[in-house]
Each structure stands twice: as structure tokens, then as C-alpha cells.
Design a protein around this ligand. Structure first.
Ligand code: UT7
Length: 336
């Protein structure tokens, strides 16, 4: 399938619909106990008990040296294409949500396109940190509904291990590497029902990696900084608002939600959101225990896990929710 240009618009369709999901975690798995033992050799104290109680995280996966975001994205993309029954050359749009691209440019999406062995279709990155996948899915949905694409590959992929400060126990135990992907196709039936995106740049400082590269040097601090409590407080409120907004837009209610798949950062934030929406905890998809916070990768990772476990099924109504640095947040309500 070739990319559609603005001079040759394809017929607009009513909906976009997920036709396949995939995910990938790099094989190096580090449990809390292993991580705590490693940090202890450098005089940094933490424990499995503290991490599990405060976050729900039990393990994280770290990519080996030399393995990049586009490598993880490639594995997740292959699985998603396989489950959608699509070949890479049938894709006419590639969007990668990431804050840890392989290089300053070209985008991880262009590198992924090359690794998939295809060329021609538009490919670009979206940088909205942990809300990145919800942003990317919203853009792909809009492009499909306006006829600019018919078969999109939407990926969230990260190597957050590369920007962690392993001397800061308040952040380094929280994050991991991974990738998740979906194939999103034009459809006459839903599909994505409603989307909602927000950002509030007044809160830039509460979660950031402020360094940059200029004149051949790293300027500023290139490691992640987070005011966890400030993020926590904002997250619970905005996630509820975004969920209510997509329900209102689509004429649905909380009772219609079969599965809530929030950004996988902290089990307490997820449970708080489910409670505010009056959802029983068995409707909440939780994978943070296995991979920690993988930023833009976490929602498609959790979705793919739930699909492959036979939990999320065709026809189920699914609420996806992202929140993170920027400060950014958003939600997507869809019929799977
Ligand atoms: O991806 C974007 C979204 N990000 C998030 O959603 C993160 C949101 N925030 C959080 O998840 C939580 O705020 C954290 C998990 C980051 C922290 O949990 P908390 O319950 O807010 O803990 P706290 O920051 O209030 O720290 C409590 C104590 C402190 O000690 P004191 O001052 O009470 O003596 C910390 O120094 O826990 C200490 N602490 C640790 N202890 C053992 C902080 N990190 C650790 C650690 N191990 N790794």
C-alpha cells in the first residue's frame, strides 16, 4: 500500500479500529531484590517491600547496551502486524511515541520503517512522554478518519534505563524499557469512539530530563528528575477528568467500560482512578508489576498482554489513559 498524498485523498471513513496488538520486553529482567542488592553495593538503600508497597512494581526489564528504541519497536511491531494479518508493506503510516529515540534525528519511526524493510509511507515520532501512546493513537485515528491513511502502525517504545540516575533511589527503581504496538485500520464499524488530549506546560519541572546536546557537548543534566508526590496528586485528578470527557463525547457511561488500561506507573494511581470511575478492580489491567514504568510503551504493552491472555476480547469497550511529563494527559475510549 502506498502513502496517500494530499492531492489524492482517499475516501474518508467513519472509524479507525485496532486490528492487531504486539509487545516486547528485552530479556534482561531485574527483580526488586536484585536491584536493591546492586544499589546497596553503592550505599543506596531500598527494598522489595518499599517498592512493592508504594508502586506495585516487582521487576523491570533493561535493554542490553547497543539495543535501541527502534530495535524494541521492531519486535513489538512484528507481533502487532502478525496478529493483524498484515505485511509491513501494507502499512501506510508509522507513528512512534517515544522520549528516548535512538538519536536526535532521524526519528525512531524512520529507523523502524527501514528495519521493517519498507519505504514511502509517512513516519514520525510523537514526544508526549508517558502520554505519548494516547497522543499517537489520537493522531493516527484523525489521519485515518480524514482519509490520509488506511492502515497505521502506532508504537510506544522506550529505553528509559538510558536516562535514569542510578544514584537517585526515588526514581531509578520506578522505570524500565519495552515496547508495545497496534495496527489501526480504517473501518465502517467502531473502533475508536472518542479521544481527549491535554497539556499544561506550567508543570514542566515536576517530571523532566532537562539536559540537551549543543556544540558537541551535553548541556544541563541528561538524567530524569521527578517530584513524585506532585505528579501523583495531579495524575489522579486529570485521569478522572479525561475518562469522563471521552465517556461524555461517546455517549457512554462508566457502566459500559469492560476494561480500564491506564498508564502503568503506580498501582495506587491506577486503583485510585478505577475507584473514582466506580469500576471493580477486576476491570483494571495491571502489568506494572512485571515491567515498571515504561513511559509511552506501557499502555500498548498492557493492552497486548490483556489481549493475549484472553481478557480483552473483540467487542469489549476499553478505556486507555495516559499521564506524564509535560505535564500531559489524555484518554481514548474504544470498542476493541
Ligand atoms: O510516568 C509518569 C507518571 N509518574 C508517576 O505516576 C509517579 C507518581 N508518583 C509516585 O508514584 C510516588 O510518588 C512515588 C512512588 C514516586 C513515591 O511514593 P510516595 O509514597 O509518594 O513516597 P515519598 O516520595 O513520600 O517518600 C516516602 C519515603 C521518603 O522517606 P522519608 O522522607 O519519609 O524518610 C523517601 O525518601 O520513602 C523514601 N524513599 C524510598 N525508600 C526506599 C523514596 N524512594 C525510596 C526507595 N526505597 N526507592
Amino acid at each position: 500500500m502506498t502513502a496517500t498524498t494530499s492531492s489524492q485523498p482517499a475516501a474518508a471513513v467513519r472509524y479507525s479500529r485496532i486490528t492487531g496488538t504486539g509487545s516486547y520486553l528485552p530479556p534482561k529482567r531485574i527483580t526488586n531484590a536484585e536491584f536493591a542488592a546492586d544499589l546497596a553495593t553503592r550505599g543506596i538503600e531500598t527494598s522489595d517491600e518499599w517498592i512493592v508497597e508504594r508502586t506495585g512494581i516487582r521487576a523491570r526489564h533493561f535493554a542490553d547496551e547497543g539495543v535501541t528504541t527502534s530495535d524494541l519497536a521492531l519486535e513489538a511491531a512484528r507481533h502487532a502486524l502478525e496478529s493483524a494479518g498484515r505485511r509491513a508493506d501494507e502499512i501506510d503510516l508509522i507513528i512512534v511515541a517515544t522520549s528516548t529515540p535512538d538519536m536526535i534525528f532521524p526519528s525512531a519511526a524512520c529507523l523502524l520503517q527501514r528495519k521493517l524493510g519498507v519505504h514511502g509511507c509517512p513516519a514520525f515520532d510523537v514526544q508526549a512522554v508517558c502520554s505519548g501512546f494516547v497522543y499517537a493513537l489520537t493522531i493516527a485515528d484523525a489521519m485515518i478518519r480524514t482519509g490520509s491513511a488506511r492502515c497505521a502502525l502506532v508504537v510506544g517504545a522506550e529505553v528509559f534505563s538510558r536516562i535514569l540516575d542510578f544514584n537517585d533511589r526515588t526514581t531509578c527503581v520506578l522505570f524500565g524499557d519495552g515496547a508495545g504496538a497496534v495496527v489501526l485500520e480504517a473501518s465502517d464499524t467502531p473502533g475508536i469512539l472518542a479521544t481527549e488530549l491535554h497539556a499544561d506546560g506550567r508543570h514542566v519541572e515536576i517530571l523532566c530530563t532537562p539536559g540537551t546536546v549543543a556544540n558537541g557537548k551535553v548541556l544541563g543534566d541528561p538524567l530524569l528528575k521527578m517530584d513524585g508526590q506532585a505528579v501523583f496528586k495531579l495524575a489522579v485528578g486529570v485521569l478522572e477528568q479525561a475518562a469522563r470527557a471521552v465517556l461524555d463525547k461517546s455517549g457512554r457511561t462508566e457502566a459500559d467500560i469492560d476494561w480500564l488500561i491506564p498508564h502503568q506507573a503506580n498501582i495506587r494511581i491506577m486503583q485510585g482512578t478505577a475507584k473514582k470511575l466506580k469500576l471493580p478492580m477486576d476491570k483494571l489491567v495491571v502489568t506494572v508489576d512485571e515491567h515498571g514504568n515504561t513511559s509511552a510503551a506501557s499502555i500498548p504493552l498492557a493492552l497486548d498482554h490483556a489481549v493475549r491472555a484472553g481478557r480483552v476480547k473483540r467487542g469489549d469497550t476499553v478505556m486507555l489513559e495516559g499521564v506524564g511529563g509535560g505535564f500531559t494527559w489524555g484518554a481514548v475510549l474504544l470498542d476493541f
